[in-house]
Ligand binder design. Structure first.
Ligand code: AMP
Length: 283
């Protein structure tokens, strides 16, 4: 496995591959890798010939009072995990190399970037779409792998790729969870044992809404109220949003007549967690 730390070196590696019909699969990450990330790597191994994983804690997707400085970073143990997964190249650039002094250019997916997490994290998705565009331009993957865990990110990146004719196929992989249902996240490392228990409320609230849906309820307001009731029983968690939206446009849905995304975000202590499920009246 090759560890590449500069943009120039990454481009040089890409050139050595030539255009010989080999498919390069990219898994963009911020590191602190867990089984969720590794499931994307395994999908990339299945569906591409060369697997690249980027590890970059992207400052432009963090707000000024968010956890950029304390976000977990452990390149060495990440590389050990990726080596075991037979990754071909790890791209771990520095902030200075990725964002040259004076950079003022952004990629913005308008309107969608203000929905769900975009409402409480202004500028977050603009940071994501900008860095993902840069990674696509540097690594030039044929296919890129993202987790359904970040459902809004998936919708926004799909929109960007379609709107800008980016020659990359987007593959989406299912959410990997702990045995008790908590979605794996690098931020789970922030939780103390009490908070870890409280964090299960996200999954419980989604399950309650899903159960109502499976019982025939199609009124989003009823599903949202059920989710909110679960949160009312867990005072250690502060709900940011619990919403039912169109999984492509991220617009709120009142009555569910086609595939819908039930998405939740909440603070447990100081840690912001997200989760979601897809429901489909005509599976
Ligand atoms: P991150 O390092 O948080 O930026 O995540 C990198 C990629 O891993 C994103 O596409 C995430 O959606 C995906 N990912 C994170 N957690 C999970 C999970 N529990 N299951 C599946 N994919 C995940």
């Amino acid at each position: 496995m090759k560890l590449v730390k500069t943009v120039n070196e990454m481009r040089a590696f890409r050139r050595t591959m030539g255009t010989g019909g080999k498919r390069l699969g990219l898994v963009p990450t911020m590191g602190a890798l867990h089984e969720g990330h590794l499931s994307l790597v395994q999908a990339a191994r299945d569906k591409s010939d060369i697997v690249a994983v980027s590890i970059f804690v992207n400052p432009t997707q963090f707000g000024p009072s968010e956890d950029f400085a304390k976000y977990p970073r452990n390149l060495e143990s990440d590389c050990a995990l990726l080596e075991r997964e037979q990754v071909d190249v790890v791209f771990a650039p520095s902030v200075g190399d990725m964002y040259s002094a004076g950079a003022v250019t952004w990629v913005t997916v308008e309107r969608m970037s203000d929905r769900l997490c975009g409402r409480s994290r202004p500028g977050h998705f603009r940071g994501v779409t900008t860095v993902v565009s840069k990674l696509f331009n540097i690594v030039e993957p044929e296919v890129a792998f993202f987790g359904q865990k970040d459902a809004a990110q998936v919708a926004i990146i799909r929109r960007m790729v379609s709107d800008l004719n980016v020659p990359v196929a987007i593959e989406v992989c299912p959410i990997i969870r702990e045995p008790d249902g908590l979605a794996l996240s690098s931020r789970n490392a922030y939780l103390n044992p009490e908070e870890r228990k409280s964090a299960l409320v996200l999954h419980r609230a989604l399950q309650r809404a899903q159960k109502l849906f499976e019982g025939g309820e199609r009124d989003s307001a009823k599903l949202i109220a059920a989710g909110e009731q679960e949160f009312a029983k867990e005072p250690a968690a502060r709900l940011d949003y619990f919403d039912v939206v169109d999984p492509d446009s991220l617009e709120s849905i009142r009555a569910i007549s086609k595939r819908a995304l039930i998405a939740v975000a909440a603070y447990v202590g100081n840690t912001r967690l997200i989760d979601n499920i897809l429901v489909d009246p005509e599976p």
